[in-house]
Design a protein around this ligand. Structure first.
Ligand code: PEP
Ligand code: MN
Length: 337
């Protein structure tokens, strides 16, 4: 439930509401907006009627229930958009943030050359996989700790904050020592033990949507992070499974717009996994920005044909530069009769 405080509520009145929420067996979560303060009562097993009774407490405007199963993630609890800071880069503020890099870190040279190229073309964050979730156990699984060290060095050399995927709770501490943001891959979106562990870290999380997850399930996965204490969450749409076989996945741009409508969290789009095709990245990047995406994550490799993972959807340096330039081209004008 949500207790909306009135514009003129005093700190004392807010503190009283917080105390009463605790006494009623819920956890209080305070959102201080530019105009109003909202105090959410979340959790299970509390006494709802005691929260409803707060309608008549001083400084309270009204008490409403939260319509969605996700609470802290919802815009009802926090109407203003969240900005998530990764190193010095703000995701969800003004401007589209581009995260780029190879699917897998393959060597020092491969990552460094890519880091310099994507930085020059305008990317703000470097992404490279150290631990790879591969469909087949016979495929390249990533360089692990060696890749983490290379990523850290690339950050030192280029100044670009680095993002890398965490697949297991065992690796969380090690990855936190090397990376600025931890990616939860699509296959792990509902790995609840991992989400609970990541809720306790002081690093931002990039939460990919599961290939078969509904928007509600995706936002509930984010709720695990926020309710456990980590509010630095960025959502990522990366395509879902449909009957279409010409593209690797079907990039659900309505979900980007919907996630931004339902949640205050920033949303980025991944046209590389979303399509699986180099040739579609420019168009889908522009489309994602047009529907409101706060950022993009794009796979780039010095020589896609030699990539150890996801070559067909990776851009070379020139291709990436072209995509970046295309992002600022205006949309065609509407023809009038
Ligand atoms: C990746 O980002 O390389 C990756 C494995 O993504 P996803 O989890 O979306 O498949
Ligand atoms: Mn990939």
């Amino acid at each position: 439930m949500i207790v909306n405080m009135s514009d003129s509520a005093t700190e004392q009145e807010i503190a009283h509401v917080i105390d009463r929420i605790r006494e009623a067996g819920f956890q209080p979560h305070v959102t201080r907006g530019t105009e109003k303060t909202i105090v959410a009562a979340v959790g299970s097993g509390g006494r709802r009627h005691e929260i409803e009774a707060l309608r008549v407490a001083p400084g309270v405007e009204d008490v409403v229930s939260i319509a969605q199963p996700f609470k802290l993630v919802s815009r009802q609890v926090k109407p203003e958009r969240s900005v998530v800071q990764v190193g010095g880069v703000k995701i969800g503020g003004n401007g589209v943030v581009v995260i780029a890099g190879p699917c897998s870190v393959e060597s020092r040279e491969q990552l460094f050359s890519t880091a310099h190229a994507v930085k020059k073309a305008g990317a703000s964050l470097l992404r490279g996989g150290a631990y790879k979730p591969r469909t087949s156990p016979y495929d390249f699984q990533g360089l692990g700790i060696e890749a983490l060290k290379i990523l850290r060095e690339a950050r030192e050399e280029t100044g670009l904050p680095v993002v890398t995927e965490v697949m297991s709770t065992e690796d969380v501490d090690l990855i936190c020592e090397h990376a600025d943001m931890l990616q939860v891959g699509a296959r792990n979106m509902q790995n609840f033990a991992l989400l609970r562990r990541l809720a306790m870290i002081d690093k931002p999380v990039l939460l990919k949507r599961g290939p078969s997850a509904t928007v509600k399930e995706w936002l509930l996965a984010a709720e695990y992070l926020l309710s456990g204490g980590n509010h630095k969450v960025v959502l990522c749409e990366r395509g879902i499974k449909t009957f279409e076989t010409e593209t690797r996945n079907t990039m659900d741009l309505a979900a980007v717009a919907l996630a931004r409508e339902l949640s205050h969290l920033p949303v980025v789009a991944d046209p590389s996994h979303g399509t699986g095709k180099q040739s579609l990245i420019a168009a889908m990047s522009r489309a994602a920005v047009a529907v409101g995406a706060d950022g993009l994550i794009i796979e780039v490799h010095p020589c896609p044909e030699r990539a150890l993972s996801d070559g067909p959807q990776s851009l070379d340096f020139a291709g990436f530069e072209k995509v970046m330039k295309g992002l600022s081209a205006p949309l065609p004008e509407v023809a009038h009769a």
